[in-house]
Design a protein around this ligand. Structure first.
Ligand SMILES: *Cc1c(COP(=O)(O)O)cnc(C)c1O
Length: 369
């Protein structure tokens, strides 16, 4: 079986972890946490980084720390993972949705029509390795006084007009899950430039303990802490981020070269726009009508041939958890629905070999011809 996601852990990971165990540092108190926060936030042009347990929690913290609360609205894409919507709902606010473009990112031209006097923020999610067109979002945020929350979980090392993704939000978040460009096993980070906001995130990450009166609380926080061991993995992975991006691009190019003769049956991922080149966080396929099948059928065939696949995200407006509350029942987002039905991704992990990619391509040809 060719697995759909496999990280590369052949840098300094082992060396660093052995040293940590020998020195007795393991918990969130270890010095590597701060070092990783500093190195990673510098890499994405931010003053502050607050490492947390995972990328979903990073979003929970970001939305909460901005003060989003009961009755507020936050505009976000329908086509994404549940985490950003969950973060908004947990603060008592409502995610207001927009459809996607064919590059899978939110259609920023639909945002303005969704702004009401309850709107507090726009939450952008860069999808599958290609950035959202940020300039129109930044203009709207200025025009209407809205915050920008940027989910850059899939975007370590990607840029928009040369500026790092993760540098555009009032607050931005990353994930270090093993299928991301750099991994710490589980992990995430909130990044920002505002001193007070960063301090608020640090406080909330650690149960809102205050140094003066350790067990006396003015407010409730969480234990969202990140460990020294995770930080060492992160430091080691970060050393090779440029190489990882180069490798992802080479993998993406090889797939595109091998699969372009199937272009009447499948749509391949976008290569570039004036503001970015794809880094192929995952290599996506959208089946066309001529393929004669949907993503579920294609994935079943591929997995019977030993090729791991994953479905695309499932749109927020179709989520039973929200429909049950009476949300989005009459709303339609045709592109999100189309790509969720016909889209999936093929093995894209950094540990994939050229031979693996050839094999995946051969099997795709087999099921489509
Ligand atoms: C992976 C991912 C997350 C969640 O990160 P976890 O670390 O798995 O919780 C959030 N948003 C996007 C866009 C992601 O791809």
């Amino acid at each position: 079986m060719i697995p759909v996601n496999t990280p590369l852990l052949d840098g300094n990971e082992k060396k660093y972890l052995i040293k940590a165990i020998e020195e007795g540092w393991i918990s969130s108190e270890g010095p590597a946490v701060k070092e990783f926060e500093e190195k990673f936030s510098a890499r994405v042009n931010r003053k502050f980084g607050i490492a947390v347990a995972n990328g979903s929690i990073a979003l929970d913290l970001a939305v909460y720390a901005l003060g989003i609360t009961n009755g507020d609205e936050v505009i976000m894409p329908s086509f994404t993972i549940i985490s950003p919507a969950a973060a908004i709902v947990r603060c008592g606010a409502k995610p207001v949705l927009v459809d996607s473009c064919t590059d899978f990112n939110m259609d920023v031209s639909q945002i303005e029509a969704k702004i009401t006097n309850k709107t507090k923020a726009i939450l952008v999610v860069h999808i599958y390795g290609f950035p959202v067109d940020m300039n129109p979002v930044i203009e709207l945020s200025k025009k209407y006084g809205l915050k920008i929350i940027e989910d850059a979980a899939e975007m370590h090392g990607q840029t928009y007009f040369g500026q790092p993704c993760g540098s555009f939000g009032d607050i931005s978040t990353f994930s270090f899950y093993p299928n991301k460009h750099i991994t710490t096993g589980e992990g995430g980070m909130v990044v920002c430039n505002d001193t007070a906001l960063a301090e608020r995130c640090r406080l909330l990450r650690n149960l809102a303990f205050v140094p003066e009166k350790r067990f006396v609380h003015e407010e409730l926080g969480w234990n969202y802490r990140f460990t020294h061991l995770q930080a060492l993995l992160g430091i080691s992975q970060l050393e090779r981020l440029d190489y990882f991006i180069e490798r992802k691009r080479a993998m993406g190019k090889l797939y595109t070269d091998l699969l372009s003769d199937l272009s009447d049956k499948i749509e391949l991922p976008i290569t570039r726009k004036e503001f970015a080149d794809n880094i192929y966080w995952v290599y996506s396929i959208v089946l066309k009508q001529k393929a004669g099948m949907n993503a579920v059928e294609a994935m079943k065939k591929l997995s019977s041939l030993g090729i791991g696949c994953r479905p695309f995200f499932y749109p927020m407006h179709l989520q039973p958890v929200f429909n049950k509350s009476g949300w989005y029942n009459d709303e339609k987002y045709p592109i999100s629905e189309h790509i969720a039905e016909y889209g999936f991704y093929i093995p894209s992990g950094l540990a994939l070999t050229e031979n693996d990619i050839h094999e995946v391509s051969d099997k795709l040809h087999l099921i489509l011809n």
